[in-house]
Design a protein around this ligand. Structure first.
Ligand code: G6Q
Length: 541
């Protein structure tokens, strides 16, 4: 799809003028002039209510952003993704995480194969397996039931599973223990296993390629840990694999009958609802997992069919472009006001930054505008007592997404109203601040007045949902996935490759032998790397 360079698109130029016009305006004025704004600049879908009225936009800005998305070919790119076209150009692959949540009985033919049928075949096997582990029918080597499940994986094969487990812990089997080993730092493995008995422990080795050094190192230690306590023959009952690479799984010594597959059209950071979610399914049960998939699908359908101007992920994606490209905002904060979502910002970091951390266009030219923002965050209200200060009164513009819920899963006195009041109060304070006159009227000593003034005009999105369910989690993740997609299309980049990550995998493998070698290795790196390696060798010996 040939596309006009971003800066030459008509809507881009109009948006530049818009930005100029809005530069001196304050959200206080925008609300005063348009008192209904807070009821109009909202959108709702799949159980999520989005209030985007406290953004530095007018109706005209939103109209132009929609025009920019249209001119960028968003609808065509979206349809190409849903049709299984190879939109991941640098890897020549289809991008079909949306097929992972298409209902049984539907079909999507890609390169001559019905991918939906394949998805449901694997889901069926996962259900059967998860059911057996949960019921105690799947026995370990000594005949005991499995009580502990450890997912071994990293990046996309870890962040989704651990985030989903934490988010849906309320729905999990509380008689079982779930742990996640990702870091090749031996501390991760040792701490995860130190109080567990091998004969009650099942390892799920999750690796799309089954070639990732960290995961294979941890998997090898896990096998030694099991074999050391129960003998080599125990491996069959204590290990299963999730991968696209059956050959390597077999080489590692896991029976491919105990392997759950997925496909090269599922990117690692888009894989938590594929077989990579096996630990999630064992934790929350197949029915809840189905609910999560239904939530994903509902948001997919909204993204696929809703007009751009009322399309939640499109709105959120366009606003990211607006702040990044026109206001030079470098970061986006995401603050879930729900303790169960404590790993959601970390999950989003990979989803957003690995996807849109790119500096060349689809056709290989250098971009001459900002692309992916730095995503970060912590659950509220904790963050309010630390870094929110910089958002309120610092010199950087940081758009923030605040995520709140009408109900808590763990009602306790008035905790939830106190928690939720902070969502609204923070959005209010960030938008409207506190003027000099207001500070003075409080009797503040003159020399303190400037310190207590809150400029306001800090943008937020508020997302509200009823309660955190498996379905809602699917919806929320799909919302951000498609927001990332929207940004990537406007920026004309490949949101689905990750060559920077691949580089790290190759470089470390070259240096390992130089650290391990008994003889002084001949080092041919730059002088800094050579000196660091020599220093490390002297420290370790
Ligand atoms: C995800 C990335 C990366 C990947 C890990 C693990 O999009 O490519 O985070 O998921 O490097 O890779 P494997 O699953 O192949 O071990």
């Amino acid at each position: 799809m040939a596309v006009t360079p971003l800066r030459e698109r008509k809507a881009w130029q109009a948006l530049q003028q818009q930005h100029g016009q809005l530069a001196g305006r304050h959200l206080r004025e925008l609300f005063a002039e348009d008192p209904q704004r807070g009821e109009r600049l909202v959108a709702e879908a799949a159980g999520l209510y989005l209030d985007y009225s406290k953004n530095l936009v007018t109706d005209e800005t939103m109209r132009l952003l929609v025009e920019l998305a249209t001119e960028s070919g968003l609808a065509e790119h979206r349809d190409a993704m849903f049709a299984g076209q190879h939109i991941n150009v640098s890897e020549d692959r289809a991008v079909l995480h949306v097929a992972l949540r298409m209902p049984a009985g539907t079909s999507l033919m890609v390169d001559g194969e019905d991918v939906v049928a394949q998805v449901h075949e694997v889901l069926g096997r996962m259900r059967e397996f998860a059911g057996r582990v949960r019921s105690g029918d799947w026995k370990g080597q000594t005949g005991k039931r499995i009580r502990n499940v450890i997912n071994v994986g990293i990046g996309g094969s870890d962040l989704g599973p651990v985030m989903a487990y934490e988010a849906l812990r309320y729905y999990s089997d509380r008689d079982m223990t779930f742990r996640f080993v990702s870091n090749v730092d031996s501390t991760d493995f040792v701490e995860a296993t130190r109080d567990l008995a091998a004969d009650e422990t099942l390892f799920i080795i999750s690796s799309k390629t089954f070639g990732t050094l960290e995961t294979l190192t941890n998997a090898t230690s896990a096998r030694a840990w099991v074999a050391g306590q129960l003998g080599e023959e125990a491996v069959a009952k204590h290990f299963v694999a999730v991968s696209t690479n059956a050959e390597r799984v077999a080489e590692f010594g896991i029976d491919t009958a105990n392997m759950f597959g997925f496909w090269d059209w599922v990117g690692g950071r888009y894989s938590m609802d594929s077989a990579i979610g096996l630990s999630t399914m064992v934790a929350i049960g197949p029915d809840n997992f189905d609910e999560m998939l239904a939530g994903f699908h509902e948001m997919d359908e909204h993204f696929r069919t809703a007009p751009l101007a009322a399309n939640l992920p499109v709105l959120m994606g366009m606003l990211c472009v607006w702040y990044g490209c026109f206001f030079d905002a470098q970061t986006v904060g995401v603050m879930p006001y729900d303790q169960y979502l404590k790993r959601f910002p970390a999950y989003l970091q990979q989803l957003t930054m690995e996807s849109n951390g790119k500096h060349v266009t689809l056709s290989g030219g250098q971009v001459d505008y900002q692309t992916g923002a730095v995503f970060w965050g912590e659950p509220g209200t904790n963050g309010q007592h630390s870094f929110y200060q910089l958002i309120h009164q610092g010199t950087k513009l940081i758009p923030v997404d605040l995520i709140g819920f009408g109900k808590t899963l763990n009602p306790l006195r008035d905790h939830h109203d106190i928690l939720s009041s902070n969502v609204f109060a923070q959005a209010q304070a960030l938008a409207f601040g506190k003027t000099e006159a207001e500070v003075r009227a409080e009797g503040t000593p003159e020399n303190v007045v400037p310190h207590r003034v809150m400029q306001g005009n800090r943008p937020t999105n508020v997302l509200l949902a009823e309660v955190l369910t498996p379905r809602l989690l699917g919806t929320l993740v799909a919302l951000y996935e498609h927001s990332v997609f929207t940004q990537g299309v406007i920026w004309d980049i490949d949101s689905f490759d990750q060559w920077g990550v691949e580089l790290g995998k190759v470089l470390a493998k070259q240096i390992v032998p130089e650290l391990e070698s008994k003889q002084e290795p001949a080092l041919a790196h730059d002088s800094s790397t050579n000196a660091l390696i020599r220093r490390y060798r002297s420290l370790k010996n």
